[in-house]
Design a protein around this ligand. Structure first.
Ligand SMILES: Cc1cc2nc3c(=O)[nH]c(=O)nc-3n(C[C@H](O)[C@H](O)[C@H](O)COP(=O)(O)OP(=O)(O)OC[C@H]3O[C@@H](n4cnc5c(N)ncnc54)[C@H](O)[C@@H]3O)c2cc1C
Length: 289
């Protein structure tokens, strides 16, 4: 039984903003794979919902004249994985989405819901922080753009104000062009499981050297995080197995994993080192996804 207050369905962004603006306690619902569970568990009981799942303008991936990629927040993970623009330029983001839940979930669950849910285990989170995703937040009063790292405020907490809707996820050309990447999800089983650790690596090579490394994790800190000390350390290093190992070791300085029933802190620290090391070696030897 779902205890839902008002339920309204929008077919345009304008209409959704009007509904959200009318009742500042209402929240957006896309596929509902997080929202409905929270309502059933009583964490959001009585919530008024504004459905955005039928807003066609939010279900597209496009590339603009500058080469910046725009991902509509209502794009599902199946759509993301199969999209031609994503495949050509940032296949590793589609691949990260392909590790979510199972096929039924990926057919409905949206990237915007994954971002706005704000949990550290979100499988798109570590790759989006590496890509420096810019989030466009729109309300009846106007628009603001927030870098995803600043959007995450704490576990399950994001910088989304009453009446606001995430309307665009922008990946700037300078943040993907020339990079190869890989996302590794380590979980207790191959599907239908939340990550024990998620690790995203992006590398821009110059010959056999690392010109730029971007390293991000999920479940290694309260929110998805980048690793600034490790990234600075990696600049200019040769792409060797020894350096891949040293980069993995260094990553421990940037994260703060914890004990949980899915894995101990020590186990997570081991994963943090090894997943980065292996991904760097894979990218060096065979290229990214
Ligand atoms: C069985 C199961 C397995 C799962 N497995 C995984 C997994 O492996 N990996 C993983 O990362 N997640 C997993 N999830 C969690 C969930 O499916 C994802 O977080 C999904 O991407 C949420 O998308 P949604 O469209 O269902 O969001 P919803 O539930 O509709 O919304 C989630 C939150 O985002 C807000 N929101 C949604 N869209 C917008 C918007 N455009 N603007 C403002 N706010 C918005 C809602 O108000 C709500 O707070 C799983 C869930 C289930 C039920």
């Amino acid at each position: 039984m779902y205890d839902i207050g008002k339920y309204r369905e929008a077919t345009t962004v304008e209409e959704a903003l009007r509904y959200l603006g009318d009742d500042l306690d209402s929240i957006a619902i896309a596929a509902g794979s997080d929202v409905l569970i929270k309502i059933r568990e009583g964490k959001l009981s009585g919530a008024s919902l504004v459905s955005i799942i039928k807003i066609e303008e939010l279900k597209k991936v496009t590339i603009d004249g500058e080469g910046d990629i725009h991902i509509g927040p209502v794009v599902s993970f199946t759509q993301l994985e199969e999209d031609a623009i994503i495949k050509e330029h940032i296949n590793y983001l589609g691949q990260a989405g392909g590790t979510m839940g199972g096929p039924q979930l990926r057919n409905i669950a949206t990237i915007g819901g994954n971002v706005c849910n704000g949990v550290t285990s979100a499988d798109s989170g570590s790759t989006l922080v590496c890509l420096n995703a810019q989030l466009v937040l729109t309300s009846e009063g106007g628009q603001r753009m927030v870098p995803i790292q600043e959007f995450y405020l704490g576990p399950g907490k994001v910088d989304l104000k009453p009446g606001e809707l995430l309307t665009d996820i922008i990946i700037r050309k300078e943040d993907y062009a020339g990079y190869e990447g890989k996302y590794t999800k380590f979980a207790q089983r191959k599907s239908m499981d939340i990550a024990t650790i998620g690790c995203a690596v992006m590398i821009k090579k110059s010959g056999n050297k690392i010109e730029d490394l971007r390293l991000g994790y999920g479940v290694a800190s309260p929110t998805p995080v980048r690793c600034p000390k490790t990234e600075a350390f990696a600049k200019g290093l040769e792409l060797t197995k020894e350096n891949a190992r040293a980069i993995g070791e260094k990553a421990l300085e940037d994260v703060s994993p914890r004990d949980s029933w899915r894995g101990s802190k020590a186990y997570r620290e081991q994963l943090i080192k090894v997943l980065a090391e292996r991904a760097i070696i894979d990218i060096a030897e065979v290229g990214g996804e």
